[in-house]
Design a protein around this ligand. Structure first.
Ligand code: NAD
Ligand code: FES
Length: 281
């Protein structure tokens, strides 16, 4: 059992949870993830580590309550426990001094863009962050992103805060202004990552995305997380989760992620009493 040290909602349905896991806190690097089981018979949920404190021995994850297990996890409070947490897993982000690096977080993907922005800044890059959400109330980690950025932009789809439009429109505006961009990292929903790849492709700007396929074991054994990159099968849990955005087959990723929607819906319905508790937070 692992203790939850703190748990707070950052936005509706999006919770920041700090878990005592000293060995993971000591070892983890930007871009890596953990597999969590909330209860003994629960499914394993892959979650990227948003932050860690090696001295306190804690890791922080940011969870969007979308299916049965993430809603159950979001129902947990400080002082409660989760059944197990395994990690750090995955290949760390490739970090070097690129020059000007743009880190883009779409919605809850900002939780993953943030630690990589921190690492890019530490490596001496000029860091620009673009933090996009559908509306003002869904913007997360605004202060944290600002603190590691040389330039920080917020975008909202409805124009309720910051730049009115998608993250890709802000990126295009930066490119059109004629400045040199040496590296782009984009993390968020699949349509967003695909759109970022198409913005940077004509300019040959190296672009990396963090993929979120269905995962089961997280160690390269089950094949569940296979993705197609440059016409080759790769396993996101061990070869990734970060890949060259210009080589990813996003359609295949999106089709595979839809494969279990029926089962997920059924599972959420069977546990509907838990869902109501999660929504009351
Ligand atoms: P969202 O749908 O609210 O989108 C967030 C932002 O992404 C938008 O504000 C917009 O700026 C941009 N965006 C969305 N669609 C776009 C498009 N077609 N073109 C250009 N920009 C676009 O995001 P959300 O609800 O927070 O995200 C939920 C999804 O993100 C889930 O499907 C979840 O699985 C996925 N996700 C992925 C990762 C990952 O590792 N890649 C991490 C967390 C969440
Ligand atoms: Fe099983 Fe990646 S999750 S191979």
């Amino acid at each position: 059992m692992y203790n939850i040290v703190s748990a707070i909602f950052l936005a509706e349905n999006i919770k920041k949870i700090e878990i005592k896991a000293p060995r993971i806190a000591k070892k983890r690097k930007a871009g890596q993830f953990v597999m969590i089981r909330v209860s003994e018979n629960g499914e394993r949920i892959p979650l990227t580590i948003a932050d860690s404190d090696p001295e306190k021995g804690t890791v922080t994850i940011i969870v969007q309550g979308m299916g049965k297990s993430t809603i159950e996890l979001n129902g947990k409070e400080a002082g409660e426990t989760i059944h197990d947490i395994v990690g750090p897993l995955g290949t760390p982000s490739h970090i070097e001094k690129f020059g000007t690096a743009v880190s883009i977080g779409g919605g809850v993907g900002t939780a993953i863009a943030y630690p990589t922005a921190v690492a890019l800044k530490k490596a001496g890059n000029y860091v620009i962050t673009i933090n996009g959400a559908r509306t003002k109330d869904l913007v997360i980690l605004e202060n944290e992103m600002k603190a590691v950025s040389d330039e920080a932009y917020i975008t909202t789809d409805d124009g309720s805060y910051g730049f009115h439009g998608f993250v890709t429109q802000k990126l295009q505006e930066l490119i059109d202004s004629g400045r040199t961009i040496d590296y782009v990292l984009a993390i968020g929903p699949i349509p967003m990552m695909r759109a970022v790849a198409e913005v940077t492709r004509p300019y040959g700007i190296p672009t990396v995305v963090s993929l979120n396929p269905v995962m089961v074991d997280g160690t390269g054994m089950c094949g569940g997380c296979r993705v197609t990159v440059e016409n080759e099968i790769r396993f996101a849990c061990v070869d990734g989760p970060e890949f060259d955005a210009h080589k990813v087959d996003f359609k295949n990723l999106s089709d595979r992620n839809r494969m279990y929607l029926g089962e997920e819906r059924q599972s959420s319905e069977t546990a509907s009493h838990k869902c109501r508790i999660g929504h009351q937070q």
